[in-house]
Design a protein. Sequence first.
Length: 222
Amino acid sequence: MTRPAVAAADVVYERIRTLIQRGELQPNERLIEVDLAQRLQATRARIRTALVRLGQDGMVVLTPNRGARVKLVSESEAVEILQTRRVLEGLAARQAAVQATAREIAELRRILTRMGQKLEQGDLLGYSEGNAALHAGIIAASRHDTAARLITGLRAPMVRFQFRTILVPGRPTQSYAEHITIVQAIADHDPDAAETAMRAHLACVERTLSRTAGAAARRLPS
């Protein structure tokens, strides 16, 4: 009987990172080395190394004698993250308007079309997944490795907030219109318009998140 292959260190790191990004490992969830080792077919040493790297990325909190947990981001920190993303993703959109190929632009349009279909079907989870794919496509088309790396680190802690804003009445339709504007500016190879559109989009996301956080706070008993 052959033993299952043991995952390499980089593979383990990427797998845990993906589980956090997808929300399969929830914010504040305790990360138990032996459970992750069994789940990912990896050694505990590689799990431990991956958790240290994720701690450096700001995705995991490591506490001496208490182990690791998925980082729980507060509403105020989430707003700060969106403010930072606005600058970085604005830069990525600007660069995409300069660098994107015809094939990449066509793919952005295909993603946008699928997002519109999900919206018509009332599939907000599907729309949210398309939203993430569209942003990833724009970042890839920018060919700006430093911005891409920083944005990836900032997006991961936002998993628990990304679906909240899309549930606000009227926000999905507004969001879709904002994405149409961004993609059109990139297709037109207009860097100023692309950056402006992306910044405006994330500013709207920030305002929506701030309103939902404020409403939640007002519902708490005094």
